[in-house]
Design a protein around this ligand. Structure first.
Ligand SMILES: NC(=O)c1ccc[n+]([C@@H]2O[C@H](COP(=O)([O-])OP(=O)(O)OC[C@H]3O[C@@H](n4cnc5c(N)ncnc54)[C@H](O)[C@@H]3O)[C@@H](O)[C@H]2O)c1
Length: 281
């Protein structure tokens, strides 16, 4: 268990924006040295310059988590610069929206490659080092969308249910190794997640008619990323698996279990708890 983060080394993927950037700032505040990995080079450079100027001990690494060799290079740069790694936050993610029957194979590959294989690549690369040293913590960013479903985020749900499942299995796999595992399952957080198409490959065609209202909702009701980051650091320090940022998450998950138990067709838990307004990403 890593009670004291001072002097420890944390790696955050998708660290140049939103929840990832808030995690970077929280680790810096806790006295950790931080490797910030992101695919968006100019934004990464800007944030590293800002953090550097404020005296933070940070290293920026351009990294596409879909590519195993990028993640291997990330690990090598981490060890080269800081000599160790203790906390790995597998946070990079994208959120395509819209009906599955209107989606295409490029969109499916993109979301599964970033949200699922990106996490898997980091587990394969960093996991053995953490286990060998008998100390460390892995935080996988899933979502409330990994514990419940809606009608308009099918691709995203598929990816985030996978992250919840693999995280639970990883927790069991690493029991007694000294390496903790947590899964972060937020509902809406005020970040540019519904502008994910900025990092999309050609062939991803996001419908702005669907995205615009979601952007408005997330700006209106999303909680601050800094609040989520504080929850994550608390979970690392106390070796807590589930990181739930909103009270409704458990109710949404329970509705699914209730359906299973009753042999009932899927309930729309989100509509039941909040009208029909979307509450997750
Ligand atoms: N914002 C929310 O409401 C919310 C809710 C639940 C879960 N999440 C999850 O939180 C995580 C962070 O998202 P956010 O909300 O901070 O959005 P964000 O868009 O601000 O951050 C995502 C980051 O991931 C980076 N990224 C995208 N593709 C990448 C790739 N292939 N390789 C490396 N980096 C890549 C982006 O450049 C960006 O910096 C995601 O996994 C997202 O699914 C967000």
């Amino acid at each position: 268990m890593i009670n004291d983060l001072a002097g420890k080394v944390a790696v955050v993927t998708g660290g140049a924006s939103g929840i990832g950037l808030a995690l970077v700032e929280a680790f810096v505040e806790a006295g950790a040295r931080v490797v910030v990995a992101d695919i968006e080079e100019p934004v990464l450079a800007r944030e590293i310059a800002r953090l550097d100027a404020a005296g933070a001990d940070v290293l920026g690494v351009v990294c596409d988590v879909r590519e195993l060799d990028h993640v291997e290079a990330l690990a090598a740069r981490t060890i080269e610069n800081f000599g160790a790694v203790h906390v790995v936050c597998n946070n990079a993610g994208v959120a395509p929206v819209g009906p599955m029957i209107e989606s295409n194979a490029t969109e499916w590959r993109w979301v599964l490659d970033v949200n699922v294989l990106g996490v898997a690549n980091c587990i394969m690369v960093f996991g053995p080092t953490l286990v060998a040293q008998g100390e460390g913590h892995i935080v996988n960013t899933a979502s409330g969308a990994g514990l419940a479903t809606t009608a308009f985020l099918g691709l995203y749900h598929a990816s985030k249910h996978a992250v919840v499942g693999l995280s639970e299995a990883l927790y069991k796999e690493l029991a007694d190794t000294g390496v903790g595992v947590s899964v972060l399952c937020p509902e809406l957080v005020d970040t540019p997640i519904f502008e994910s198409e900025r990092n999309a490959p050609d062939g991803v065609d996001q419908n702005t008619e669907v995205l615009s209202p979601l952007r408005e909702v997330i700006a209106a009701v999303g909680i601050p990323a800094a609040q989520v980051a504080a929850d994550v650091l608390d979970a690392v320090r106390s070796d807590r698996f589930w990181i739930l940022t909103h009270p409704e998450t458990v109710a949404h998950a329970r509705a699914r279990i209730d359906d299973l138990e009753a042999g009932r067709n899927p309930t729309d838990a989100y509509a039941a708890s909040r009208g029909s307004e979307p509450t997750e990403a």
